[in-house]
Write a protein that binds this ligand. Structure first.
Ligand SMILES: *[C@@H]1O[C@H](CO)[C@@H](O)[C@H](O)[C@H]1NC(C)=O
Ligand SMILES: *[C@@H]1O[C@H](CO)[C@@H](O)[C@H](O)[C@H]1NC(C)=O
Length: 277
């Protein structure tokens, strides 16, 4: 019995180590391309509150959570302020929303550390563009995509080696991961006490993200999901009184994220960029 079970345990473990190794290489290469700071959260956090000029309503029903990094109210505020009345996506607010999502990913367990680091690297590339020589073209998603297409910076087939990573390609990675989180938080918000977050998270991953990942990454992701906190602990992150309130806040966040996701999706689809390598 013992020796026969060994491969079942060994295979995912090897997959996980392989992923660690590969992603270490990947990160090194990315750092070589653009001189990035080590992956700390940058101290320049930008404004958290929705700007009144966009006419966004103040957040309601989203409680503050004392003594906790992740604040769902900040998540809501950023993604609400992200889409202008003209339907443009403000990159500063988009990244502010992602900073909050990274804090959420960090609380999901050590197995998600890699994902958090990958995401952090993507955000740093975009922040670099936003403060770089072409900063005016990086205020909105629409302006960024138009600018990079005009300048041939997107690299429709392969990444031009002599240029900084394209913002449009980098954001597409975040965009795909955003769908996974939207689906996961949606499933969590509609779940009953008997539902298992590991299962919900794996379903969301299969639906949104798995097809973009290699077999190795999929194995590692599957392992990470098994180590997810319980539903009770996850609901605790929202800090609302009672289960119904938690669900209402979660689903409100999901609706806001879905709005941002949909605008991005339409833009990338209209420009034929959804399948960028
Ligand atoms: C990292 O870059 C080197 C060359 O700069 C390349 O040979 C190697 O394959 C890259 N590694 C990965 C994992 O992309
Ligand atoms: C986003 O798009 C999906 C699919 O097209 C749709 O079902 C959903 O209602 C949209 N959500 C928002 C908030 O626009």
């Amino acid at each position: 019995m013992g020796p026969r079970r060994l491969p079942r345990v060994l295979l995912p473990a090897v997959a996980f180590l392989g992923l660690l190794f590969l992603s270490g290489l990947r990160l090194q290469n990315l750092s070589a391309v653009s001189p990035l700071q080590p992956p700390h959260l940058s101290p320049t956090r930008g404004s958290r509150l929705p700007l009144p000029r966009h006419g966004t309503p103040p957040p309601h029903r989203a409680p503050r959570c004392p003594g906790q990094g992740f604040q769902i109210s900040s998540l809501l505020a950023a993604f609400r302020a992200c889409v202008t009345p003209e339907g443009e996506i403000l990159l500063g607010e988009y990244l502010a929303g992602w900073k909050e999502l990274i804090k959420l990913i960090d609380t999901l367990g050590a197995a998600f550390g890699l994902l958090a680091r990958e995401t952090q690297t993507k955000m740093e590339i975009l922040e670099g563009h936003r403060s770089g020589p072409h900063a005016p073209h990086y205020r909105t998603l629409q302006a960024m995509v138009a600018f990079e297409l005009r300048r041939g910076r997107v690299g429709l087939r392969v990444l031009p080696p002599d240029q900084p990573p394209s913002g449009s390609r980098t954001l597409l990675r975040l965009h795909r991961a955003l769908k996974w989180l939207e689906l996961f938080l949606g499933k969590l918000g509609r779940s009953g006490a008997e539902d298992d977050p590991s299962q919900l998270c794996a379903e969301a991953y299969q639906a949104a993200l798995a097809r973009y990942h290699s077999w190795w990454v999929q194995q590692a992701a599957g392992l990470a999901f098994l180590a997810l906190p319980s539903r009770r602990e996850l609901y605790g992150l929202v800090c609302a009184e009672g289960e119904r309130e938690v669900q209402a806040v979660l689903l409100e966040a999901v609706g806001t994220i879905a709005g941002v996701y949909n605008v991005t999706q339409q833009l990338y689809a209209a420009r034929g960029l959804l399948e960028l390598p």
